[in-house]
Design a protein around this ligand. Structure first.
Ligand SMILES: C[S@@+](CC[C@H](N)C(=O)[O-])C[C@H]1O[C@@H](n2cnc3c(N)ncnc32)[C@H](O)[C@@H]1O
Length: 228
């Protein structure tokens, strides 16, 4: 159960304060996976409303009983439930669902502060031509300016996860395409052949390989694939 739900609770108050300090005050905020409320309580103090989406029923009930009135606890799977209208997104993400959760976040294009495995943070911020650069990078960088602001050692969580984590800020920018979902399908297919050249894939007369393409070059390929 603990593994599937990725339950690692923040036990270092100064880290919670650091993360919540990155969230502007007075907003409606979605928090995914509030757990025992390490972020929820300080967030509630500075926010208009916190919509806390928690899958673990008993944690959701305990939080509902203890939280101040501006916290709305939603018991459910953050991938399945419709997100309430909000201005900002915060999550110490359940690591078992990081990628689909980040993709759902990108579709909403909410400004965000997320804690993810360090390796995922590296993929989000990656540059073309590296091992880390891939479908997730392109989806996130299509929508956001990405900044890895702090690396967290396992000991700040209880129980400690096996990996280091990182706090990442996501600032929305003009989307790189109009139809993000079609773009996502295109990049998923493209990166399934990440080491192939464009010539080999019959996409262009170029020996550049998929993982070497910038986001702008991928957008150009996407647009020309749609105009055929
Ligand atoms: C890494 S813990 C973070 C807990 C808390 N925010 C903290 O920092 O101490 C992840 C939380 O997400 C919850 N969770 C796991 N899968 C979820 C899902 N699909 N939807 C919503 N919450 C989920 C877990 O029950 C757990 O409370």
């Amino acid at each position: 159960m603990g593994r599937r739900l990725s339950q690692h609770f923040l036990r270092d108050r100064s880290v919670a304060e650091f993360i919540v300090g990155l969230v502007p005050g007075g907003l409606d905020v979605i928090e995914v996976g509030p757990g025992t409320g390490a972020l929820t309580f300080p967030l509630a103090e500075k926010s208009k409303t916190v919509y806390a989406i928690e899958l673990d029923k008993s944690l959701a009930e305990q939080l509902r009983a203890r939280a101040p009135p501006n916290v709305v606890v939603i018991w459910g799977d953050a991938l399945q439930v419709e997100w309430p209208k909000a201005d900002f997104f915060v999550s110490n993400m359940p690591y078992s669902i990081t990628s689909p959760l980040l993709l759902k976040l990108a579709r909403h294009r909410l400004p965000a502060v997320v804690t993810v495995q360090r390796e995922v943070a590296e993929r989000m911020a990656a540059v073309p031509g590296t091992e880390e650069y891939g479908r997730l990078t392109v989806a996130i960088q299509c929508m956001y300016e990405v900044e890895v602001v702090r690396v967290l050692p396992p000991r700040v969580f209880s129980p400690p996860p096996k990996v280091y984590s990182a706090v990442v800020t996501l600032r929305p920018k003009a989307p790189c395409v109009d139809d993000f979902e079609a773009f996502e399908r295109f990049t998923a297919k493209l990166f399934s052949a990440r080491r192939k050249t464009l010539r080999r894939l019959k996409l262009a007369q170029s020996d550049k390989r998929v993982y070497q393409l910038t986001v702008e070059e991928i957008v150009e390929l996407f647009q020309s694939s749609r105009s055929i």
